[in-house]
Design a protein around this ligand. Sequence first.
Ligand code: C2E
Ligand code: CA
Ligand code: CA
Ligand code: CA
Length: 277
Amino acid sequence: AKSSGRQTFSFYSQDMTTLARQRVKLEAELRQALEQNQLRVYYQPIHRLDDGRMLGAEALVRWQHPERGLVPPGEFIPMAEDSGLIGAIDAWVLEQACLQMCQWLQQGAQLEFVAVNVSSRLFSRGELDLRVARVLAQTGLDPARLELEVTESAVMDDPDRALELLQHLRSLGVRLAIDDFGTGYSSLARLKRLPVDKLKLDQSFVRGLPNDAEDAAIARAVITLGQSLGLRVLAEGIEQEEQAVFLRELGCTLGQGYWFGRPQPAEQLLATAASAL
Ligand code: C2E
Ligand code: CA
Ligand code: CA
Ligand code: CA
């Protein structure tokens, strides 16, 4: 037993060393990526479910890696959060999205808002409202055209703190959305007090629609909840027309997903969504 214990130990320690090395390498590469402009912002359209019009877009970061190609955020955002690089990444995405929105508006696009994700790591730190205020001042974007997305779990981790932060952000005039809603155990009493405009129904509950009875029950409950709190509800991950129709019939007003359009470079977004111009 003793020797196998030792074996197990050495196996894990070797494995950990490899993992740790890979991590250090990736982290150094990501640092470089920021300096060398390898990050890209893609935009996914957000549509109204009644007439199908494009109302806005969500900014989603990608990493144009010199060897690995276009790397999705799931492969580097968690590491960026652990290493502290997330602050610089989110600040950069925020600035790019605000500049892009200004440009779209100058071109005459009828877009209501651009949405930007805020990492839970940043959300729990104080300087977020200052940073947002600075970017708005620098870019000149009307604050009402910027929507910040904070995940439900980030909010419910420390609800009192979240309430205070959201109130600060709200006082800047930006819109606020709760992302991945339905996955984070919100207390309804708390939700009622939050100064937010929108709930984004998590795509895990949209996937099984219209046939999955549980998904349908959850979607219906979230839409009803949003309506009774005076919030707009956006369904994420809509891939099929039947899902859009089903959600619209439940009273959901906004949708996002491959059915309407994939995340894409800024230049392509308006070209594909002719109704936005
Ligand atoms: P999210 O904020 O929930 O973004 C939605 C994700 O769902 C995006 O993945 C999007 O491409 C994907 N998606 C959209 N429509 C569909 C669909 O119809 N079907 C399916 N299967 N997927 C769909 P993406 O771009 O890979 O981003 C993953 C996550 O990475 C985001 O989830 C967000 O949490 C995070 N992320 C992305 N950009 C940023 C950023 O700039 N800052 C921070 N902190 N996080 C980001
Ligand atoms: Ca989001
Ligand atoms: Ca989401
Ligand atoms: Ca199910």
